[in-house]
Design a protein around this ligand. Structure first.
Ligand code: MGD
Ligand code: MGD
Ligand code: SF4
Ligand code: MO
Length: 704
């Protein structure tokens, strides 16, 4: 038996960031513990990270490439060598590229994975504009893009410097569970323990909201109205940061005039939050300095995502909280940008991007990372309109569970000529593939991670320590396909790219592997040298770019298209407001249902509803209930609680049953995206659709 080795690494089960000490024997992970020397997590890991060995060594891990035998979805497979799998896939791609054009090959990837930018590079090199990630329009891209338009850069909460925030406004965000995008739960917990003012805007009294002094139980989808009323209050009561506004913002006079009518009383009628509570929240946020505005996903999963996110971005600026110690800080970008080979995608190919012309901030030339509009892409697969998508290569995404209108996705996947899925496990999506390729887990890959995502204030190295079967790192699979296809950049490996990215720091990837991480001191008020990176070099309260693009330069409220107000007839039959996907500590989206040490915390899918609603419907704690929408129905166990808005039902997302492979994994039973809709209207700039704030009904299922 060989010796045990322990090395420093970085967990990537979620978007990542926690320092880990990984112990390996005979290429197998034997233990994963928090790294006390991590500058951000200081020894802490969540329950998923701590169970990494159970995931890495799971008996159901895919270990060798599989080729479909028999009909699609028939679950009959032949094990084949890598060379054969890659040769056959490459041959089919060449043939499709030559006969129907590279744009008919789509590429899908999962959220924030290590290979994220490499996939974009691979798509550009292949000449297809049609790649997607299930977040993007629904998640994070509106926040990144709006920050760039407003401040010229993305911002993150400063939990890692010496000054602590004096106030945290959690808006549609539950970081104590989600540790999303660099707001690691432990960092938030420490900030809360240091005694700051706290406000949560959330229809649920989430784990984070439970720690807050003020909980604003908002009607889902009405966040822009609340934010506008807070801006109104802050300006009207002279609570804004006059010095910062005068020196560093443009468009204040236009903003002031624009928000005049957006009074707290007006917002009360829309959001259901009392005017006096709105004034109180505005006052606390504007006067406790420095303050952090922690925005989350709930502000993006609606069809007014651009303007909702803009209103929140403006709140930060008029209160002078940008790039100050303990506030919301701009990025340091210590790495060179990942070479995504943007210039290799011909202009005429970019024009064919599905949804690109319509949703300019998602897929147009001004987009942060231009991608295809997911509903348009799956529609093209189904209907061949405006052209047929023939192939889909998936690197770690489970669209049958994570994209709206799951039935439409299923129909689309059935129509493909070629579906290749690279994953850790057999999933409902992989089960429909022609080829399934085994992916390496985070303990098995070499990776360079800038943290937090997008702003890159520090950098971590991840060593490949363990091995499982013939699993390969996604980047390597793409590189091997690139070589077979003779694509541009094929002779540059991902390791060469890491060295290139590290060059400003004067270290190589191998040297960083020795050190573990590189963490320069934080710098603040960086805009004082040369201004903000916007056209006016100031924070653009009035956005000149949006105006030029034909979008509203100042934010407004729009009622969700499916809501008690917009669709009163539907509301008669579906008298609850539906939200989906509030994060669970033990699962990442559709993952981990097959890991007993995580599934034990949540053996069954659950839907939360208010005690008063449950009583009226004769539903008791733990009863099986049916939740229905105009699109379909699912079953879940009732979680009856006081901690939710009385007219809201909150449904978990990502549910399938790995233990029931023979019955198609029970895919249709409890899949939240059976209830959601991918039809128009969409947000005009991003193409976002509603995953939260839809209508639903609930009934007890008798006899179970
Ligand atoms: N354990 C775990 N962690 C995760 C993930 C996971 O699946 N599991 N997923 C990761 C990903 S990709 C993401 S994007 C992040 C998301 O992480 P967060 O941004 O924290 O988002 P959620 O937990 O989805 O939702 C936060 C809150 O928004 C509330 N909400 C719902 N609708 C609305 C609304 O209309 N308005 C307001 N104000 N609030 C609303 C919900 O009740 C919920 O409490 O988490 C990441 N981290
Ligand atoms: N109804 C509803 N739907 C939602 C949401 C919601 O709130 N409500 N949230 C949305 C959001 S914000 C997001 S970001 C998406 C997330 O959507 P997805 O990214 O599709 O989410 P996952 O379920 O994590 O699927 C990722 C797959 O990748 C596999 N995997 C994990 N690591 C690797 C790896 O390193 N390589 C490879 N090749 N595979 C890997 C996992 O086993 C899993 O099958 O879901 C969206 N869907
Ligand atoms: S919060 Fe994310 S990075 Fe940290 S241990 Fe959990 S899964 Fe891993
Ligand atoms: Mo996401």
């Amino acid at each position: 038996m060989s010796e045990e080795k322990t090395r420093r690494s970085i967990c990537r089960i979620c978007h990542g960031g926690c320092g880990a000490l990984v112990t390996v024997r005979d290429n197998t992970v034997v233990a994963v513990k928090g790294d006390p020397e991590s500058p951000v997590s200081r020894g802490w890991m969540c329950v998923k990270g701590l169970r990494s060995a159970d995931i890495a060594n799971h008996p159901d891990r895919l270990r060798v490439p599989l080729k479909r035998k028999g009909p699609r979805g028939g679950n009959q497979w032949e094990e084949i060598p890598w060379e054969q799998a890659l040769d056959e896939i490459a041959e089919k791609l060449v043939s499709l590229r030559n006969t129907s054009g590279p744009e008919t090959i789509a590429i899908g990837q999962g959220t924030g994975r290590h290979h994220y930018l490499h996939t974009v590079r691979f798509a550009n090199a292949l000449g297809t504009p049609n790649w997607y990630e299930p977040g993007l329009a629904q998640c994070f891209i509106p926040r990144i893009t709006v920050s760039n338009l407003t401040y010229g850069d993305f911002v993150v909460a400063d939990y890692y410097g010496e000054t602590r925030p004096a106030c945290i406004l959690f808006w549609a965000h539950n970081p104590l569970i989600s540790s999303a995008d660099g707001e690691l739960a432990i960092a938030v917990k420490r900030a809360l323990q240091s005694g700051c003012r706290t406000i949560a805007v959330d229809p649920r009294r989430s784990e984070t909201a439970q720690q807050c002094e003020q909980w604003l139980a908002i009607r889902p989808g009405t966040d822009a109205a609340l934010a506008l009323a807070m801006i109104h209050t802050i300006i009207e009561r002279d609570l804004y940061d006059k010095d910062f506004v005068e020196k560093w913002t443009s468009g204040f006079a236009e903003l002031k005039e624009h928000v005049e009518l957006f009074t707290p009383a007006w917002a009360e009628g829309i959001t259901g939050i009392k005017a006096e509570d709105i004034v109180q929240a505005a006052r606390v946020y504007a006067t406790s300095k420095p303050a952090v505005l922690e925005w989350g996903l709930g502000i993006e999963q609606n069809v007014n995502s651009l303007q909702t996110v803009r209103a929140l971005a403006i709140l930060r600026a008029i209160t002078g909280n940008i790039d100050v110690p303990g506030g919301d800080i701009l990025g340091m970008h210590i790495l060179k940008a990942y070479p995504t080979l943007k210039d290799k995608l011909p202009a005429e190919a970019a024009k064919k991007r599905l949804g690109g012309e319509t949703f300019k901030l998602l897929g147009g030339w001004r987009a942060y990372m231009p991608s295809a509009h997911i509903p348009a892409l799956f529609r093209a697969m189904r209907e061949g309109d405006p052209y047929r998508i023939h192939a889909l290569l998936v690197f770690g995404n489970n669209p049958l569970l994570t994209v709206a209108n799951a039935k439409g996705v299923y129909e689309a996947l059935q129509k493909l000529d070629l579906l290749v899925v690279t994953d850790l496990f057999m999933t409902p999506t992989a089960a429909l593939a022609d080829y399934v390729l085994p992916a390496a887990f985070w303990t098995e890959i070499e990776h360079l991670m800038g943290f937090p995502l997008v702003v890159e204030n520090l950098v971590h190295a991840q060593p490949a320590m363990a091995r499982t079967g013939e699993c390969r790192q996604d980047e390597r699979i793409m590189d091997e396909l690139s070589r077979r296809l003779g694509l541009p950049g094929a002779d540059t490996t991902y390791r060469d790219i890491y060295d290139y990215q590290l060059s400003p720091l004067g270290i190589t990837f191998d040297e960083l592997l020795e050190r573990g991480n590189c963490c320069p001191p934080l710098r603040y008020r960086k805009y004082e040298e040369g201004g903000f990176r916007t056209p006016s070099h100031k924070v653009e309260l009035f956005s000149s770019v949006l105006k030029r693009m034909g979008y509203d330069p100042l934010p407004s409220y729009a009622e969700p298209p499916e809501s008690p107000v917009s669709s009163p007839d539907l509301y008669q039959r579906y008298p609850f407001v539906l939200i989906t996907g509030s994060r669970k500590r033990e699962f990442f989206h559709s993952e981990h249902r097959q890991v007993p040490s995580l599934r034990k915390y949540s053996p069954d899918p659950c839907a939360e509803l208010h005690v008063s609603a449950a009583q009226a419907l004769g539903i008791a704690q733990g009863d099986w209930i049916e939740i229905s929408s105009p699109r379909g129905q699912v079953r879940m166990r009732a979680k009856v609680t006081e901690n939710i808005h009385p007219s809201v039902v909150s449904v978990e997302h990502g549910w399938w049953f790995p233990e029931r492979a023979a019955e198609g994994f029970g895919l249709w039973e409890s899949n939240a995206n059976v209830l959601t809709c991918d039809a128009s209207p969409y947000d005009p700039a991003f193409g976002s659709y509603q995953l939260r704030g839809l209508l639903c009904n609930v009934r007890k299922i008798e006899g179970v």
